[in-house]
Write a protein that binds this ligand. Structure first.
Ligand SMILES: Cc1cc2nc3c(=O)[nH]c(=O)nc-3n(C[C@H](O)[C@H](O)[C@H](O)COP(=O)(O)OP(=O)(O)OC[C@H]3O[C@@H](n4cnc5c(N)ncnc54)[C@H](O)[C@@H]3O)c2cc1C
Length: 626
């Protein structure tokens, strides 16, 4: 018999991609996590909703070990085709994705078209392997209140099948979608705009004479139904999306299929099986903050927008990762609780950018050029859409999501490395001693909930007939090691929230400790071509230390020497201290949410109004010079 929990560390409301990804990270921390989903999703036959995972999201799924669970289900999309009047081109439309991928060092040179339900199933399986009681459905949150209790400040009321009961928690996360009850009960403002446009989305098995229909992401520049989306997806299905033009008419399955045939003109379209369809209103809405004390909002609960740039599920994934490692670290006593404020700071700015972009994208997809573009008469809306997509391609695909300097992303005056703080950590090929096959750096710094300290040790050279780390770098490496190993070092006085990886430029021959003249910090990897040193902007004659957050963002850099080791200690010390308060308060004052037209509360606040179906072994003497 399952004993129903009365006290949990975190109560996550929702069973969508955001809630499940967050839960999958939190359960690994060993704390008591409960995620409640109001519907029995396993029985819910709906396969629609979000269906496109960009490379940035695939990197996250890979980082947390979930990508393999969906890799064989999803449809790999590499190409893009645009049709206008039946003629094809490889420009405009979705070509911005390919261009962004070509520009990036990501190993995911594709998008994965996968309906939301499959990702949810994969995440649920990953959670069950750690804690098979963490996700409960159908269980609905109906109310919560905060009480003056330092330990469990929230009392939530949930309906669990026929019973109504209370669960107390330390933190409550509303990942409960666009109509979030957590947001409403918490009196978060949900600010935004509505647009006059309605869009149709459907999933079906179809037959068509359209070339590339089962290989590329296709945009059809229709004269009547806006910029039509044609996206092959899993299980032989195709996602088709277009502007709903039959306003005022009764919407039925047949009317949707008829409209789809018109939208893909001049190509033929025959429906073999229609799985799912929806007609929804376009709006862009965002909460004024993503945190109020112990209550958080993430994913669609925090921001809703159109699916014009397929950002819904992708943005939720980035939210979940950003909050997940921070909250797990706070629960584990690694960081000061105020680190949680950086969730709003970081993710809200990204959501604001998505909102601003989406307003324009939604208009342009619908064939209208926003006034502020000052376009000449008869200008081509789709040309403007292409320019907007192209300018923002790396952001949209999640490969250039960056966060401003803050308590975690600490700007440095050190010239040790030119890699940018607050940006995605670059990738590149590295080799273990003796191996001829490379491993990508990003696969070596998988998610553990801890930071990665990358020790760029410098380059190898011939010294007295042996291939060794050049003498200057070797000396600095040894002073760093001595600093770290010294008994008063921060590294011996705090619970570790970090792992080390040593990166050496060149091809090693001797064991790493002989090559360096000291025990390596973490595993030693070799950068044969110097590509990784170059990507991080590290001088091979000097070396450097670069710190990467658990979510793959560069957060700190310093010199490869004893003082660098001290700075590392100060950095990790600051994450566990109160020092951030003043900085955060100043940031909060700077932040404003002006520019939104009105405050929307209530049911209509949803963007979708739908009709349808973590080693350093202490060593007294690590100086291993031979
Ligand atoms: C009808 C519809 C169509 C969409 N179509 C597209 C599309 O074509 N393309 C695209 O990119 N995106 C689309 N989206 C958006 C996309 O689905 C979301 O952006 C994405 O799912 C966000 O994930 P999430 O986990 O934040 O929220 P959701 O996926 O919405 O998950 C929230 C979950 O919380 C549960 N929940 C809500 N209230 C409670 C409660 N009180 N107690 C317990 N559980 C609760 C809900 O049942 C739901 O499962 C669509 C959304 C909707 C609603």
């Amino acid at each position: 018999m399952t004993v129903e929990p009365t006290h949990v560390d975190v109560l996550v409301v929702g069973g969508g991609p955001t809630a499940l990804l967050l839960t999958s990270l939190l359960v690994r921390s060993g704390h008591k996590i409960l995620a409640v989903e109001q519907y029995d999703k396993l029985r819910q036959g709906l396969y629609g909703r979000a269906c496109l995972l960009y490379a940035g999201s695939l990197e996250i799924l890979d980082l947390i070990g979930v990508y393999e669970r969906v890799a064989d289900i999803g449809f790999i999309i590499k190409g893009a085709t645009t049709y206008k009047d039946g003629a094809h081109s490889h420009t405009r439309g979705w070509s911005f994705v390919e261009n962004a991928l070509a520009e990036s060092d990501t190993v995911f040179k594709h998008s994965l078209s996968l309906r939301q339900k499959h990702l949810e199933n994969a995440l649920r399986e990953a959670i069950e392997e750690v804690d098979d009681t963490a996700v409960r459905s159908p269980v609905k949150l109906v109310h919560y209140r905060t009480v003056d209790s330092p330990q469990y400040p929230i009392i939530a009321t949930i309906q669990d099948r026929g019973d109504t009961r209370e669960v107390r928690c330390k933190y409550l996360i509303g990942a409960d979608g666009g109509r979030s009850i957590v947001r409403k009960l918490g009196n978060f403002h949900f600010l935004g705009t509505a647009s006059p446009h309605k869009w149709v989305r459907l999933d079906a098995i179809v037959k068509t004479n359209m070339p590339s229909s089962r290989s590329h992401n296709i945009a059809i520049e229709s004269k009547t139904h806006g910029n039509v989306v044609w996206c092959p997806t899993d299980s032989g299905r195709t996602r088709i999306g277009f502007v709903h033009t039959h306003q005022g008419h009764k919407i039925t399955e047949s009317s949707i299929m008829a409209a789809a045939k018109e939208a893909v003109h001049p190509f033929t379209l025959e429906f073999v099986k229609l799985d799912w369809w929806t007609v929804y209103e376009i709006g862009q809405r965002i909460a004024d903050t993503f945190r109020k004390g112990p209550v958080f909002l993430a994913g669609d609960a925090a921001h809703t927008h159109s699916s014009g740039a397929a950002q819904g599920m992708n943005a939720g994934i980035h939210d979940a990762l950003n909050l997940g490692w921070k909250l797990a670290g706070v629960l584990n006593g690694l960081y000061h609780e105020e680190i949680l404020d950086t969730f709003t700071l970081e993710r809200l700015k990204c959501a604001e950018r998505v909102m601003e972009l989406d307003k324009d994208i939604a208009s342009l997809v619908s064939g209208e050029i926003p006034e502020h573009f000052n376009a000449p008469p008869n200008a081509d809306a789709y040309e403007y859409l292409d320019r907007l997509h192209s300018t923002n391609a790396l952001f949209t695909t999640g490969l250039n999501i960056s966060y401003e300097p803050n308590w975690i992303n600490q700007p440095s005056k050190s010239l040790a490395a030119t890699v940018e703080i607050g940006h995605r950590a670059p990738d590149g090929p590295l080799f273990r001693l003796g191996r001829t096959t490379a491993q990508q750096l990003r696969t070596l710094v998988r998610y553990t909930g801890r930071f990665w300290i990358l020790v760029f040790s410098g380059k190898l050279e011939a010294v007295d007939g042996a291939i060794l780390l050049n003498p200057g770098c070797a000396e600095r490496y040894r002073t760093l090691r001595a600093e770290i190993d010294s008994p008063p070092s921060f590294f011996h006085s705090r619970p570790a929230s970090w792992d080390f990886l040593t990166i050496i430029s060149g091809q090693g021959v001797l064991p790493a400790s002989e090559t360096i003249g000291a025990l390596p910090l973490g595993k030693a990897l070799y950068d044969f071509s110097g590509e990784v040193f170059a990507a991080y902007g590290v001088d091979e004659n000097m070396g450097a230390i670069v710190v990467v957050r658990p979510d793959g963002i560069v957060s700190f850099k310093t010199t490869l020497d004893g003082p660098g080791g001290e700075e590392l200690g100060s950095y990790f010390g600051s994450l566990a201290s109160h020092h951030a308060s003043a900085w955060l308060a100043a940031e909060a004052r700077k932040h404003s949410y002006e520019g939104y037209e009105f405050d929307v509360e209530g049911e209509e606040a949803s963007g979708y109004i739908f009709k349808s179906s973590r080693d350093v072994p202490p060593s007294p003497n690590n100086d291993l010079r031979f």
